[in-house]
Write a protein that binds this ligand. Structure first.
Ligand code: PPE
Length: 307
């Protein structure tokens, strides 16, 4: 990953502070126990001006994640959505990645977080292709991770919480150390879950399949967008149980995620998927996805919020 390019201002508990001054104490609860919930959102430079993709849905997921962890964000959804737009404006960015995060701050240490304040931060910066420049066209080469996702009654996967990403870090580091771009993780039942930072889909015999929400996945907003766009194109999509080997014999496999967008998978565990390059269904979906985020087609689902 290239170093993060700085922008000017970060929104910190309702006020803007310069990038380099957005600090928290080393004894903040989050540093010790991973107690944060966050979002990753993209703003695209469309011909009609910068537009945030699915802002309301990301803000809703942030508050849902907070609720699961009994975390009270001291702002309402409307205030957070408006603060996101304002952060893009003050940084004068056309296209950026947006990272809102709410975390247990400095107060007391000990596992019970409830006496710590909840700090809320929004940062924006320019972030290019997540899986490498070539990924969107050539596809990525991935492995099945030797790590598993956590069981449903251990860490709630429907929450996008900082601590969940310890598992993702192990998956991504192992994949990269072995020369792969990314890893696919199996759930505790041995069935396919998702990538370290993406949801996974397969295409077989004209149908599209993806693991269901109870298969230890983050219910991705790009996943939902891909399902919706595929149905708009008249394709059939099913979510359910996917055994690992179904990936090897699929016609196409692709990842979805805010950072990864829609990225084809060209090989898994060195087995080429389909023709070993981006397949036609992935390409059609990618095309419609990029037309949608760039405001080149009608925004049928109300997904764009202009800054
Ligand atoms: N699963 C995981 C584990 C995940 O982290 C993401 C997003 C997704 C699925 C896709 O969700 P969505 O973005 O709503 O479609 N990963 C974010 C963070 C990546 C990172 O490295 O940080 C992202 O894509 O922004």
């Amino acid at each position: 990953m290239p170093p993060m390019p700085k922008s000017e201002q970060i929104w910190f508990n309702g006020e803007f502070v310069p990038w380099d001054e957005a600090r928290t104490h080393v004894l903040s609860h989050v540093v010790h126990y991973g107690s944060s919930v966050f979002e990753g959102i993209r703003c695209y430079a469309t011909k009609k001006g910068p537009a945030v993709f699915r802002l309301k849905d990301h803000v809703t997921r942030l508050f849902d994640s907070a609720r699961i962890y009994r975390m009270e964000i001291p702002f309402d959804r409307g205030q957070v959505a408006e603060a996101i737009l304002e952060t893009i404006r003050v940084n004068r960015l056309e296209a950026c990645y947006i990272r809102p995060i709410a975390f247990r701050g400095y107060g007391s240490l000990g596992v019970d977080p409830l006496s710590c304040p909840v700090d809320t931060v929004i940062a924006v910066w320019e972030w290019g292709e997540y899986l490498g420049e070539e990924a969107l066209e050539q596809g990525v080469s991935v492995c099945t991770s030797s790590w598993n996702r956590s069981a449903p009654n251990t860490m709630p996967n429907l929450a996008k919480a900082g601590g969940n990403y310890l598992n993702s870090q192990l998956v991504r580091m192992e994949a990269n150390a072995n020369g792969y771009d990314e890893g696919i993780v199996l759930g505790p039942d041995g069935l396919v879950s998702e990538g370290s930072g993406e949801n996974v889909f397969l295409v077989k015999d004209g149908g599209i399949h993806t693991p269901a929400s109870h298969h230890s996945i983050l219910p991705g907003i790009t996943r939902h967008s891909a399902i919706t766009l595929a149905r708009d194109l008249g394709m059939e999509v099913q979510s359910g149980a996917i055994p690992r080997e179904l990936l090897y014999i699929a016609d196409e496999v692709f990842f979805t995620g805010t950072a990864a967008e829609i990225s084809p998978v060209r090989a898994i565990d060195k087995i080429p998927i389909g023709s070993g390059r981006r397949g036609p269904v992935t390409e059609r979906l990618q095309t419609l996805f990029f037309q949608t985020i760039n405001a080149e087609v009608e925004d049928r689902h109300g997904w764009l919020t202009f800054v």
